[in-house]
Design a protein around this ligand. Sequence first.
Ligand SMILES: Cc1cc2nc3c(=O)[nH]c(=O)nc-3n(C[C@H](O)[C@H](O)[C@H](O)COP(=O)(O)OP(=O)(O)OC[C@H]3O[C@@H](n4cnc5c(N)ncnc54)[C@H](O)[C@@H]3O)c2cc1C
Length: 492
Amino acid sequence: MQTVWTKDYNEYNLPKVKEDTKTPILIIGGGIAGLMCAYNLMREKKEFILVEGEKLARGVSAYTTAQVSVAHGKLYEEIKKKHSHRLALEYYESQLEGLSIIRNIIKSEKINCDYKEESTIIHADKDKNLLSIIKQYELLKNYENINLLKSNKKPMKYRLGIEFSNQFIFNPIKYMNGIIDLLIKNKEKIYENSRVIKIKKRENLYEVLINNDYYIYAEKIIMACQYPIKNPDNLYFTKIYKSKSYAVSFKSKLKLSANYVSLDAPYIYIRSYDKDTLIIGGYDHFTGVNTKNQNYYNQLTQKIFELDKNAIIGYKWFAEDCIPIDSMPYVGVYSRMNPNIILVTGFQKWGFTNSHIAAKNVINILNNVHHNDLYKTHRWALFRDLKSTIRMMNHSLNGLIFSKIFIKSDNIKKININSGKAMKYKNKNILVYRESKNKYIFLKNKCTHMGCSLIWNDIDKVWESKCHGSIFDKYGKVIYGPATKDLETLYI
Ligand SMILES: Cc1cc2nc3c(=O)[nH]c(=O)nc-3n(C[C@H](O)[C@H](O)[C@H](O)COP(=O)(O)OP(=O)(O)OC[C@H]3O[C@@H](n4cnc5c(N)ncnc54)[C@H](O)[C@@H]3O)c2cc1C
């Protein structure tokens, strides 16, 4: 999937894990979260290994819109509602700190990443969301750099907004490349194409299976691979869901003086990329639902033409992020049974400030330093957002039971070329992708994460799980976890 960032990818060609080995600390995941943990460990002169299942800096962090901002939509209001006034302010302050950490790293390490200071404006037109703007303004108005405003001018007209000044945009790939260069220069042990398949606790060590080939024995694990891999013992699957969103780049003469985040559904955000290119994103929804009818790219394109009828559409892409139902990230010990695993997840589409705070907290946890445990993992989340909990349970029941019972038989010849379908065929519950007139790819309809059935998304040409949000390509290869293994190919 090409994006505006693809041209800046670096081929590091780092080795795969090729022997059994031991390490005091293993980082799983080479996205912004894993890389920042590695950077901090390097600065602390701690020994570690980082394993990345694919290539470094190619996960969600490479498909983002990269506004580095504390203007997190409605989040402050939500945290206040689900937790407390105090926690909403603490979250805000931690984001301010995240912003300043990342800014300092760019400056001190001289990373050339197209850094550009800009305000972010969250805005609304609908009455319900105007109220949300007012509530958030009331909550945050005593901090610096916050203004209430409205705009009657095209192209960004809105009834009410909050401007957060002194935010920035950057090129996330160039930033991550800068960090990777530093890690490589320091001869840190980093492996690509080394996917963690299984984690087993063995007395004081974790036995981590890589690519079904070799073991890494680790005293501590930093799990920075988005959705937790090891699942049952802290019920994360009842607390975090995956949400997909879409982005489109376009050439335009439009000049934006800020980044914008609309609170009105379908929750659209827009930023400039370079002097004649902009990026628009949005239409967030639970992964695995609305796969049939909604062509979100077309709807984003329509928005673009409303802004500039002469715009020229560029790249279109999707990605998904982890959303904690109680609106706070998870950074801390995995569970009572696994205190030596540190989980880093739940950035809810605001991963840049959050990953830097997370990496700082990870070091505090490793060093046993007292810190504000704002994102603690041992918190009661289940009923903080009953609607999302019920929805997640419903998706799981559907994926694990009902969609399997009610699956219908069909004729594979009815499937269009370059399309797919989950169906009963020769008495088997399978996934069929029709590659050409006479070529079909048959896969077992069982997500390798927890066995849920999958759904074909004909727009993105992928298989999606609505249980826990794994996404596989048309041949069954994992694109996004929590699944760690590809789908089983069947020969029928
Ligand atoms: C469309 C979209 C727009 C966004 N826009 C913004 C924005 O403007 N500003 C902002 O702050 N945030 C934004 N975000 C959120 C932000 O991009 C993410 O929160 C952040 O990139 C997540 O980083 P990560 O390191 O956790 O995940 P990733 O970048 O996905 O890294 C995780 C890595 O772990 C690897 N991995 C997974 N499983 C395994 C395994 N079993 N073994 C080994 N490796 C494994 C993956 O291959 C991947 O490389 C956006 C998100 C989306 C979806």
